[in-house]
Design a protein around this ligand. Sequence first.
Ligand code: NDP
Length: 312
Amino acid sequence: MAMLMMSKYAGRYVDPETWRRELLEAIPDLDFRLWPEVGDPEAIEMVLADFAPPGFLRSLPNLKLVSYLGYGVDNLFKDPELPAKVPITRISGAGIADQVAQYVLLYLLRRHRLLDHYDNLQRRRRWDPTRPKRNNEVVVGVLGLGTLGTKVASILAEIGLPVIGWSRTLKRIDGIECLAGEEALADVLGRSDYIVCVLPLTPATHHILKRETFALCKRGAYLINVGRGGHVADFDLIEAVDSGLLSGATLDVCELEPLPEGHPIWGHPRITVTPHVAAFFVDDGIAEAAENYRRLKRGEQIPHTVDRAVGY
Ligand code: NDP
């Protein structure tokens, strides 16, 4: 039973040699292969991947499990020949959620606590205490209450910010006002001063933030998108910011990655962009991959599998 690792981020987010070494420490007799050295395709029963060329997974006759090297599996669904019956699982450990929560806190508090304003004052050598908004004068709307959204929402609530969380099915989370379903989206957007998108990218969430939904937002709301670039219609966002409908945005993810050099987001004074780095380390996946391999061998249920019907 061989395990094949396929990462387009090898050498950046993923160090395949660390994975190989640690997986072999956990499973000494493991037949570990690194794309593109596939070897005999019949031996491959488990694939660790953050991408796969269309049709490739289908060409593995004995494939039993795909373990995604991250949280958001949308990349795999781009393959029209993705084998329908092979389960897909994803990393579930808290490491990625911790990193994304840090990112959201950083960019949200930068604004809530007027950091850009004070940087500006320091450059002008001015000592001018300025009243920020009190916690109870703002509302944070968190779109998506999964592993990430729950972490983000809970930490924001813990530091005193009122949080509304939105998901597909209704959740109960201490200290968070939870709403669910398409019909509740307008309410969340209309009440939120900060909108934090931590949704998975699916047909139902593609361009969920576009001209029509920006029009539902509270005037001056600030968007932080750490989900996927496909959640936001870029040019509608620019229009919403330029018109004052939104006060600005921080985007960790873009529809086109890398963001093309000539894209107007690069130079926009009220949009901050980072190169998909909210979470950088996916090492939680090593122990989880080893455990999934053992479960597969024992014929046991694999946890955290993706529901193909909803796409996450
Ligand atoms: P989960 O699958 O754990 O949770 C997804 C959440 O979104 C759930 O609460 C789900 O609702 C909700 N949701 C899904 N579809 C809809 C919909 N149509 N309407 C309303 N709510 C919906 O995902 P994670 O929290 O693990 O990750 C979220 C995404 O974050 C990933 O898919 C990935 O795209 C992105 N990500 C980005 C990173 C970065 O570095 N920028 C790093 C890691 C992830 P319900 O609870 O009812 O199922």
